[in-house]
Design a protein around this ligand. Structure first.
Ligand code: AHG
Ligand code: MN
Ligand code: MN
Length: 340
């Protein structure tokens, strides 16, 4: 039998997310294999979620679950499924002491104060639930924090309530026209596309950099008259060419997908405060912090309207925040005219 040289060469170039993580964890002296084992819980869970999403119209998984979550939002069946899968896959990782999810009012304690448990994982199991039933992209976001120096094993609040700057890894998966996982451990941003033929996330977007400036702004403009006026003025400046060209708009309604486009194409995504939600809608720990971490790692920026999102000290796990995230040029303009 002769070896097909082209296949051999191609396969040698292929870098899976597991290989990549093994390389990256050298940045965590003493973490041995525990960090890659932890992240493999996320990659496994998101593969299971994407399998369900891909068959959504064929199985009995569309529609509401009949409950509301801690945020008072109606849970979709896929919200519940995604939450259970992530909680299951992560709770068997010995290095994790606590999990916090959008769908659970209280954090989930795991491993009973074991000294081997050094990490907290915070996640939005399914972002963009309103888009599930209409075949539009949804996603999962996650953030990983280390047990703070000196924190006791059972003081999980102090593990979770750390500013986003302290994240040791963060990322998301978009279940879109393909499934893509984007993550960072503070050493650049890397994207992996799921190859459905082999069931592996394969490096497709190494060292992602957000363009310095983009063509789109992304905001739910229907609420515009309920935003603080400075947000409307900022949007008008983008529309009227103050940054050199007239902007077009794109808004999916799944933050993770809107952010993914912004990461690749540049521009700005905003979820401002509104009259009904003066604190904004998005959650600081598991929505804003992961994308803020990735934005900064890719050369962009994220503000809560005034401060860098990553510098905000959280006071509760489901805390909300306004969010303005995107390219350097658009964020500089926001800071110049709207950040007060
Ligand atoms: P989730 O489905 O996890 O509750 O998040 C939905 C969020 C976010 O993904 C999106 O940016 C925003 O809600 C859309 O809200 P509006 O419909 O108010 O624009
Ligand atoms: Mn969400
Ligand atoms: Mn959600």
């Amino acid at each position: 039998m002769t070896l097909d040289a082209d296949v051999f060469r191609t396969e040698h170039r292929l870098i899976t997310v597991q290989q990549h993580i093994l390389q990256e964890q050298k940045r965590f002296p003493g973490a041995s294999g525990e960090f890659s084992w932890l992240l493999s819980g996320i990659t496994l869970a998101t593969k299971m979620i994407q399998a369900k999403v891909r068959r959504a119209g064929l199985s009995d998984i569309l529609g509401t679950h009949g409950e509301t979550n801690v945020q008072g939002e109606v849970q979709q069946k896929l919200d519940v499924y995604a939450n259970e899968v992530l909680a299951h896959c992560l709770s068997v990782r010995e290095s994790i002491g606590v999990l916090a999810s959008e769908e659970n009012e209280q954090p989930i304690m795991v491993h009973n104060n074991s000294p081997a448990a050094n990490y907290a994982v915070v996640f939005d199991p399914l972002d963009g639930s309103s888009n599930i039933d209409v075949n539009v992209s949804v996603g999962t976001t996650f953030s990983i924090l280390r047990r703070p120096e000196g924190a006791s094993l059972d003081d999980h609040e102090s593990w979770l309530l750390q500013p986003g700057r302290k994240q040791i890894a963060a990322g998301y998966v978009v279940y879109g026209s393909s499934t893509i996982l984007v993550y960072s451990v503070g050493n650049g941003v890397h994207g992996f596309t799921l190859d459905p033929a082999v069931g592996a996330y394969v490096l497709s977007h190494p060292n992602m950099r957000m363009p310095e400036q983009g063509k789109y702004y992304s905001v739910n403009e229907a609420y515009r008259d309920t935003f603080p006026p400075r947000y409307g003025e900022y949007i008008d400046r983008l529309r009227h060419g103050a940054l050199g060209h007239r902007y077009a708009s794109r808004y999916i309604g799944s933050m993770v997908a809107d952010f993914h486009r912004t990461l690749l194409k540049g521009g700005v995504f905003l979820y401002p405060p509104t009259t009904d939600r003066p604190e904004g809608k998005l959650r600081l720990l598991y929505e804003a912090n992961p994308v803020a971490f990735l934005a900064e790692q890719a050369g962009g920026k994220a503000l809560d309207g005034t401060r860098c999102v990553l510098d905000v000290q959280p006071s509760s796990i489901h805390q909300r925040t306004p969010l303005v995230v995107g390219s350097r040029v658009e964020l500089a303009e926001f800071e110049r005219i709207a950040a007060v």
